[in-house]
Ligand binder design. Sequence first.
Ligand SMILES: [Zn+2]
Ligand SMILES: [Zn+2]
Length: 346
Amino acid sequence: MKVVRFHAPGDVRFEDAPEPGAGPGEVLIRVRNCSTCGTDVKISRFGHHHIHPPRVMGHEIAGEIVEVGGGVDGWSEGDRVQVIAAIPCGECADCERGRMTVCPHQVSMGYHFEGGFAQYMVVPREVLKVDGLNRVPDGVSFAEASVAEPLACALNAQNLARVGAGDDVVVIGSGPIGCLHVRLARARGAARVFLVELSRRRLDMAADLVKPDAAICAAETGPVEEIRKLTDGRGADVIITAAASGRAQEQAIQMAARQGRISFFGGLPKDQPTITCDSNLVHYRELTIVGANGSSPAHNAEALGLIASGAVPVADLITHRLPLESAIDAFGIVARGEAIKVTIEP
Ligand SMILES: [Zn+2]
Ligand SMILES: [Zn+2]
């Protein structure tokens, strides 16, 4: 079969690999869609300390079961499935408390296990053990199902930041994750959702699709002042930074309303992880700053439900569909911000 395999930073190859089979406790799927995101770009350029090459990349995975290994119950050939990306152990103190996104023993598809940029992929027993294989609801395409994983990450963040009815929400960063955050905030009953982005071109592309209540180009106007204006000086109830930018995080704190919640959804570059925070703003305004680290199996299942019910439409966010041999070109499209969501159809 054909795969897209990481060998070293800057060395990702479209090549042949032996077709795998389903061992005991495993399931083999024919991958139908594996979508790309900024993480794939980062891995292809810099590698990752959890990836020991060669490794098939790809972690936003949907496909159909072609083989069920011994001892696996409840699944059969032909079932349409979505696979989690981050795999918690299910047994540690954090997992037992339901904090699966911060399981210290977490492993991941496309990192510790062969990923979805391949014609066939083994769903490891570790995934099945924590209920990480989800049935794709009728009416949801494989391409849409592959977006359940990033939507699940957004869902985790909005749960932690308590996005709810009547909130004014700001999303900073208008990539695919930013677009999902806008849609999800609306589905949760946000009063207004504002989108902030540095690049005018990316902002316009995203705003055309997700129609925020205001689209603010941070290169043209000061976003903090603009949000204050839009909220009669109150600030926003929730600010989500979907950008790897310390400046965006600093602005998020400054534009928060009293008792505002700030989600640092996007991480910062490893060599520049510090920001300046006016601690008195946090103190007197009773701000809450929360992180967000991936998603749990339950978030993935819930995300599929949100897509199936139409609460969070994702079909129109998939702007590019490419064959497996073009996956490496797809990383370039993602890196240049020319697309919202690029999906690979192996
Ligand atoms: Zn991703
Ligand atoms: Zn655990």
